[in-house]
Design a protein around this ligand. Sequence first.
Ligand code: ATP
Ligand code: MG
Length: 459
Amino acid sequence: MPRGQAGLLSYGALNHANDSQLKNNPNPGPDALKVIPRAAHNVSRNEISDGALKVLYRLHKAGYKSFLVGGGVRDAILDLHPKDFDIATDATPDEVRSLFSNCRLIGRRFRLAHVRFGREVIEVATFRAAANHADDDIAHDTEGRILRDNVYGTIDEDVWRRDFTCNALYYNIADFSIWDYTNGFEDVKNKRLVLIGDPVQRLREDPVRMLRAVRFAGKLGFTIDDSVVEAMRGHTNLLSNVPAARLFDEFLKLFQAGYAEPTFELLREHKLFGELFPATEFELSRDERYMGFTRAALRNSDERVAEGKSVTPMFLLGVFLWLPIKKLAAITRVEEKMSESQALSLAAYEIVSQQQRRISIPKRFTVPMREMLALQPRFDNRRGKRGMNLLDHKRFRAAYDFMLLRSEVGEVPGEIAKFWTDVQSQSPEERAVSFQLHANPGKQGSARRRRRRKPSREA
Ligand code: ATP
Ligand code: MG
């Protein structure tokens, strides 16, 4: 064990001793169980989707143990109307499949059953043994990260491999009680994120748990327990061992759920943002205006989610990478004598390649992002056919929204932003005047304006 870690370990253990003795022991077994009867909690079947109820009941009727677990139970206790349901059972994946025709088995690391009802997918997982279970089928890397743990177990083993106590509550369809082994019910009520077991060991096993802590804190307004904060402090760099594809999935969950702004602040506070976006963090820490730009974009994105509008990850990726790309483009341009757009496109290619080492971003997002950024200089051109053609570009809408953000922080003059807002709602005749197509510069900007459309962003 590297130096310094022993201290962290004992700090975590000390903190936990005050909370609950259970958490010190990675696997206290069935004795730790507290059953909370239906009368003592607020989780109602009305909060569980029809699909999830069907799966719960069918497993139960076939004689298997059948529990709702994870975010569904946690969010129902918080009256947050859960939308995502995970089920835990002692039926093996093959047994689950034989009960449901609409079922598919997925996953390499974990074998899971997905039962589909229209657009809803219910995830059914067989109880698994704890990560520290002495078994050959649990593989770790040199940092302690779990690579594979496909050992089936009982519910009182399953509970210890879950991440936070608030995510380890099991709602039993047999009598509607909640099974709580880790004091999770109290922690949900007190809005606390507490890792099950030793925090350092649990973060080493799976460093993504640091991002999950921040995600739940951002979304639910929970406080991350001091023991977890302390354990994260020395271990943020473990994220560099996590496969880049998994980090992209996590990036989407962090920034598309409608809590991007508070989540971003927490990621920075806990020194995790720089692990995900090193070039961005480098610039953010030196540039107040860029910070304002980033915050405005995140706020805007959250507002769109709240209004039920679509958000595309390419927009936020463009926001995060904008300053590194702009700076590199400025250097490239001087050296190679190319147009501003070409230089931006080339720089975007380079910065995205560097970023891919951390988070693998699919091409379907990087290509439109480069296009959106490379269009930025074209907003300066407000004359002639070429100027007007920008309105018909397939990335105009996103590029325009991006330009508005730049103008919010003074990177684009207000009159340019106003011009492009106005021309969108003008008639062809008015536009011709605005773009000076008829050599009539005196009239520029004075055309009568029709109803303005509210700017919106599309994928
Ligand atoms: P939400 O669905 O709101 O994102 P969730 O808690 O349901 O939150 P999922 O990713 O759906 O999160 O996972 C379901 C459950 O599986 C979690 O509640 C937790 O018990 C367990 N789990 C998920 N990811 C991990 C992990 N990395 N380490 C340990 N347990 C995990
Ligand atoms: Mg879930």
